[in-house]
Design a protein around this ligand. Structure first.
Ligand code: SF4
Length: 484
């Protein structure tokens, strides 16, 4: 049976560049971010007076063709590629979301997950009641992004003012790119849980979830959008302000699996971090073996690191069909069951008769690794030693990664030996939380590791906290609230 990998929620992109084909730049930016979400894609473009939005279900290359892109003319644009963690996988939840405002329109794209949507919904109803508006369509889609868009659109005044009123009230993880008719905006939550970077074109600016997307459109990396920062870019240039004090807690799982290996986050090259995690894993969990192989793609640099540090030769032992999406991407269980067989195939000459160390990035439910071990034994492996480049996933993520519910995770309640028996490996070891943090090279306090240690850096929904017997979080009052 297949097993979904942890799923990234979304990728966001934005460009302000008069004289450039901004829709095409956004298309290529989203193309570079396709790994962050493969259920729907969308682009909103403005030429100064009118915002046009095209979005649909499917991959970026399925949603947009030359004609669609040529029809999206303007000088600023935002784009989105989506995997659904809140709201169903259907058209009305595709992004960018659009709302009319008293001054025109607002289109918004979101990566992350908000954790106080009940409060925000109540606030929206209150705003509507105060304005005596019977808003039938305030929740015409079911995701947290629509709620933020509605709140900003409802707020009187400019989008800049609306953003400064709404952003401090949001809890959880968010990276937004949004636009009105004339201005591109970007904002990142005060913990900077998801990545967001700013780049420069010869005649404009780009914001993107990952630096790899800057590379692909020829933009130069300038800096990260800081945690708690709001940026606006228009004909007057770039202006930035803080809507909350920064308290960085970047998602450590971006380094393990989620981000592209050619991306840099907080100054760390993701590929190099993955190699380093493999080296750490070799030091923490050595084993006598003949060959080290990695599970494509994110297990491979960690396998190389394991081989370098252990002295055991590395070889490519598993081939991935590059044309099959990540297994998590198909939401139906039937398709998931086909996932591993469609996707991975062993190279028998590398495996047969050998004691194999196989390095993978994570174990969620255990089904993938069980199928993997069986596949390697069928290919003739004498022994199969599984090494995992993340610690056991014990807790759910509330900040935009879909691991499965706690009840579905294999690690809680089982020892490593139990899991080893369950996947029928000869040995199993995970990198430690300390080893992972040391491999990333940032102070522990600057990283979110909640799915591994249950220490949530931002409030989580009260009902979930109660269900997990965690202290019910108090909403954090924003330490900076800019007056609109
Ligand atoms: S809980 Fe895990 S996956 Fe979610 S943001 Fe924190 S480190 Fe990343």
């Amino acid at each position: 049976m297949g097993d979904p990998k942890p799923a990234e929620e979304c990728g966001v992109f934005g460009v302000w560049a008069p004289g450039e084909e901004v829709a095409k730049l956004t298309y290529f930016g989203l193309f570079a971010l396709q790994h962050r979400g493969q259920e729907s894609a969308g682009i909103a473009v403005s030429e100064g007076n009118r915002i046009m939005v095209v979005k649909d279900m499917g991959l970026v290359s399925q949603v947009f063709d030359e004609n669609a892109l040529n029809s999206l003319t303007g000088h600023l644009s935002v784009g989105h590629t989506r995997y659904s963690t809140t709201g169903a996988s259907e058209w009305k939840n595709a992004q960018p979301t659009y709302r009319a405002t008293t001054r025109g329109g607002l289109a918004l794209a979101h990566n992350g997950n908000l954790t106080n949507t009940d409060e925000l919904e109540a606030w929206l109803h209150q705003l509507d009641a105060d304005a005596n508006v019977a808003r039938k369509d305030s929740m015409d889609s079911t995701n947290d992004t629509s709620l933020v868009t509605a709140l900003m659109a409802t707020y009187e005044g400019s989008i800049w003012d609306a953003a400064l009123a709404v952003l401090p009230r949001l809890e959880g993880a968010f990276c937004f790119t949004f636009l009105d008719q004339s201005t591109l905006y970007a904002a990142r939550d005060r913990h900077g849980i998801r990545p967001l970077v700013l780049g420069r074109l010869e005649r404009g600016w780009v914001v993107a979830s990952e630096t790899a997307a800057l590379d692909i459109v020829g933009a130069t990396f300038i800096r990260e959008v800081e945690p708690g920062e709001l940026i606006a870019i228009d004909a007057g240039g770039l202006r930035a302000t803080r809507f909350a004090d920064a308290d960085p807690k970047g998602c450590v799982f971006e380094y393990v699996y989620l981000a592209r290996p050619d991306t840099a986050i907080a100054g760390r090259r993701v590929h190099n971090v993955r190699v380093e995690i493999g080296r750490t894993l070799a030091a923490e969990a050595p084993v006598d073996a003949d060959v080290v192989i990695g599970v494509p793609e994110s297990g491979i640099p960690a396998a190389e690191g394991y081989a370098q540090a252990s002295g055991i030769p590395y070889s490519r032992g598993i081939v991935k069909n590059a044309y099959v999406g990540r297994t998590f991407i198909q939401p139906s269980q039937t398709l998931r069951q086909l996932g591993i067989r469609l996707k991975l195939n062993p190279i028998r000459d590398v495996i047969a008769g050998r004691r194999v160390v196989v390095v993978d990035d994570s174990i969620v439910r255990g089904n993938t690794q069980r199928a993997l071990v069986r596949m390697l034994r069928e290919a003739g492996a004498a022994e199969v030693h599984v090494r995992i480049s993340s610690p056991p996933v014990e807790w759910p993520c509330f900040y935009g990664i879909d691991f499965a519910t706690r009840a579905e995770l294999i690690a809680p309640g089982l020892t490593v030996s139990d899991v080893c028996r369950s996947i029928a490996a000869d040995s199993l070891a995970y990198v430690s939380v300390e080893g992972l943090v040391a491999s990333v090279g940032l102070p522990k306090r600057r990283l979110c590791r909640a799915c591994f240690d249950g220490v949530y850096p931002a409030p989580i929904p009260t009902a979930a906290a109660r269900a997990m017997r965690l202290p019910v979080p108090a909403p954090t009052a924003p330490s900076i609230v800019a007056a609109p």
